[in-house]
Ligand binder design. Structure first.
Ligand code: GUN
Length: 292
């Protein structure tokens, strides 16, 4: 069993990005700038945004967090999106999800300029990604593909089972891995909460991407020997530690790891790859490398 070390892989990519940024600055260009809008007080969202800020600083980017109260109206949030769309100093920005229930997430995402949509959530970017055209690819699927690539994992002709059909992870990763590409060229099955007998699919899988958000859903008796397992789950489970919680993935690691050829840990697997992929997208936005 080989651990897919997202922390070390992301650190190596971050160092490359930082070197590129210093070259940009040396040639008289400004540092890439990422802005995050954070609405409300969700604990996990605050942590993610703080980690994104830290990663920006480590890569030599400038960043800013726009904090808005939980009772912010949709109109007020849309005004802020319009302001960032028009600000030439902002290369890319994200609206941290989930948003409070009274705000229509789709309406907000559709208001973002696709050329600044470094989360890759805008329908234009999703559509372009599905068609295999140049786009911003959302950070978690992009990070998973980069991790598989970094470890030279053969995906061609493999059966990949994706657990979960979210817009952010399940659907885009299923699409990317089915594309004619390396990593890619997989035969992909998407399983979700209404799938009957999920284990009958996972037992046939060469690669499993677990993105259901159900702690330790994937058990040892649900996988075959030699499987490659990517665990996207990061549920906070309360405990008596100082932090008050620990992170639990969608995979029962102790049972599944001994049967796996490669497996991601939680934490330290997909999470750091997601953040570094956001940096890659922001660098691409700042470099005006997008071809549309
Ligand atoms: N919430 C959970 N993951 C993400 C992400 O990648 N981007 C944003 N904006 N919100 C999220």
């Amino acid at each position: 069993m080989i651990l897919l070390d997202g922390k070390a892989t992301a650190a190596a990519i971050k160092a490359q990005i930082a070197a590129e940024v210093e070259q940009m600055v040396a040639s008289g260009r400004k540092r890439p700038h990422l802005t995050a809008i954070l609405v409300g007080e969700d604990g996990a969202s605050k942590t993610y945004v703080a980690n994104k800020e830290k990663a920006c600083a480590a890569a030599g980017f400038t960043s800013e967090v726009v904090r808005m109260p939980a009772d912010t109206t949709e109109e007020r949030l849309l005004q802020e999106v319009a302001r960032l769309n028009a600000d030439p100093d902002v290369d890319g920005f994200i609206v941290q999800l989930p948003l409070p229930g009274h705000i229509n997430e789709s309406r907000v995402i559709e208001a973002i300029d696709p050329r600044k949509d470094v989360d890759g959530f805008h329908p234009e970017n999703v559509g372009r990604m599905v068609l295999g055209l140049d786009s911003f690819v959302s950070a978690t699927p992009y990070g998973i593909v980069a991790l598989l690539d970094h470890y030279g994992i053969e995906t061609k002709g493999k059966h990949c089972v994706v657990l979960g059909r979210s817009n952010i992870v399940g659907r885009p990763i299923a699409n990317l891995l089915s594309q004619k590409a390396q990593p890619g060229d997989c035969t992909v099955t998407i399983c979700h909460s209404r799938t009957k007998d999920i284990a009958s699919y996972t037992r046939e899988a060469d690669i499993i991407i677990a993105a259901l958000g159900v702690p330790e859903f994937l058990k040892g008796d649900m996988v075959k020997d030699g499987v490659v397992v990517v665990d996207v789950g990061i549920t906070r489970v309360a405990d008596s530690s100082e932090k008050g919680y620990h992170l639990v993935g969608d995979v029962a690691f102790d049972e599944v790891a001994p049967k796996s050829s490669y497996i991601t840990p939680v934490p330290g697997g997909v999470g750091p790859m997601t953040i570094v992929s956001l940096l890659k997208n922001t660098l691409k936005a700042a470099s005006k490398l997008l071809s549309y």
